[in-house]
Design a protein around this ligand. Structure first.
Ligand code: ADP
Ligand code: MG
Ligand code: MG
Length: 199
């Protein structure tokens, strides 16, 4: 079963991973964006980490709702409201349960990913974070390792795509040949589930 501590570890592991990979995320956002994706997420997840320490939410749902709110309020870029919505809606769907099993978590994450698609209007194949998140949710019933490789493959598969949403879409065909920064960070978020489960 996954408790509030597990979800807190998921968020702190994501924060650590974003810290480590911030330069790479910003470098990916340079040719097809405005070179701020790493710094946007670093600011956001630093705020998430601080808020979790200060407020000490006691359920899985409350951890994710608080984290989502921090991302929405601290990240100026497109990715803040999108990741914020992902975590907030996933958390809301978990309600006030003290513990959830992996099947229940997978269902809730699906609700969160659907909310991101609704908010941003992106579908799979549009070269966004959705290209990592949808395969990850599809694979989650087979476990965290399966979800991680699905997300990583999804992120890598954005390289030959032409962007149809977000800043990269302004480049038209010139967006082809670059891996999407948001799909790359989404794969980090999913990979952090393994770190969270390891303790
Ligand atoms: P900004 O583009 O505002 O500078 P970021 O650089 O932080 O924001 O995030 C860019 C990432 O956000 C993109 O790589 C893409 O994955 C994701 N993104 C942008 N627009 C959308 C959208 N409409 N739907 C889903 N994801 C999106
Ligand atoms: Mg950017
Ligand atoms: Mg920006």
């Amino acid at each position: 079963m996954l408790d509030a501590e597990f979800f807190r570890r998921w968020m702190t592991a994501t924060a650590a991973s974003v810290d480590r990979e911030a330069d790479r995320l910003t470098a990916l956002d340079s040719p097809i964006g405005d070179a701020d994706h790493g710094s946007n997420l670093r600011r956001g997840f630093t705020a998430v980490r601080a808020a979790l320490e200060k407020e000490d939410p006691g359920t899985p749902g409350a951890v994710l709702v608080l984290a989502g709110r921090q991302l929405i309020s601290t990240v100026g870029g497109a990715s803040g409201p999108l990741y914020g919505t992902l975590l907030r809606r996933t958390g809301k769907d978990l309600g006030d349960a003290a513990e959830v099993d992996e099947t229940r978590f997978a269902e809730a994450l699906r609700v969160g990913v659907d909310a991101v698609m609704q908010l941003g209007g992106a579908a799979p194949g549009d070269k966004t974070m959705i290209d990592a998140l949808v395969p990850a949710v599809d694979a989650l019933s087979a476990g965290f390792e399966a979800a991680r490789s699905a997300a990583e493959q999804g992120a890598e598969a954005t390289t030959p795509l032409q962007a149809r949403k977000g800043r990269a879409s302004y480049l038209g065909e010139r967006s082809i040949g670059h891996q999407d920064p948001g799909a790359t960070s989404a794969a980090l978020l999913i990979a952090a589930l393994i770190d969270a489960g390891a303790d």
